[in-house]
Design a protein around this ligand. Sequence first.
Ligand SMILES: Nc1ncnc2c1ncn2[C@@H]1O[C@H](COP(=O)(O)OP(=O)(O)OP(=O)(O)O)[C@@H](O)[C@H]1O
Ligand SMILES: [Mg+2]
Length: 262
Amino acid sequence: MIKNMVSMTDVSVVRSGRKILGPLTADISSGEHYALLGPNGAGKSTLMSLMAGDAHPTSGIADVLGHKFGKDDIRQLREGVSVINQHLAETLPAGSSALETVLTGKKNVLAHWWDQFGPNDEENALSALEMVGCRHLAARALGSCSQGERQRILIARSLLVRHELFLFDEPCVGLDFPAREKLLLTVDDLVRSGTVKASVYIAHYLEELPTSLTHAILLKDGRISVAGPVEDILTDENLSDLYEVPIRVVRNNGRWGAFVSR
Ligand SMILES: Nc1ncnc2c1ncn2[C@@H]1O[C@H](COP(=O)(O)OP(=O)(O)OP(=O)(O)O)[C@@H](O)[C@H]1O
Ligand SMILES: [Mg+2]
């Protein structure tokens, strides 16, 4: 439980002459599963892009899976990190089958070439689809799958290789209620079975958080306003400060919810 997955020290990101993130310091260890919450523009996706190795900090020290930015080959880091976001869902070819889409996860590429894959890969891809309840969709074109099915196929894609760190950026966007619930149960199962060892999960609604979260970071104007064990962080007071409206947090069977209180 102590293996350090992410270590950010005084990290900042400047874009177009404006500091959009930081300075902030954050550590994530194996066994920790973080909610990352904050208003639009708070810097959540920017922080996640640092953890994915898709962006470099302008200043500070960022170390992800033991790879130091500016020192090591960051491409190796990318092989250990799985990102599930809307951008990826829209970039993968709509004409590829679900099975082909999952196979692209082996090399984390967008298109598949059959000559790169052996029979084991196909079997593994089918088991990954099974794990997310989508094996029956193996032959279906990705573009013909519903948004919820697509999100779960993307999770299957990231299960093809054993990734150390899973990053979810608003995975429930556009999902109807049952699709959202299925996706959250899938995430919970993967965390509890130890398949997902550490994760960061961005959401706009507390109802969209999986029950397996252990920690939370609240981000405001590019800075961490508060971080720690999830029960200590998702409180009326912290969320009211974050969103600048009076908020009442509720919890039921491990699930979270929030309302503006009068
Ligand atoms: N390349 C860029 N150039 C200038 N500003 C940028 C750039 N990328 C991001 N920003 C700005 O940085 C801020 C943080 O963006 P980011 O996408 O990280 O926010 P977010 O918390 O994920 O928001 P949302 O909830 O809307 O997805 C925003 O104000 C955004 O406009
Ligand atoms: Mg974002």
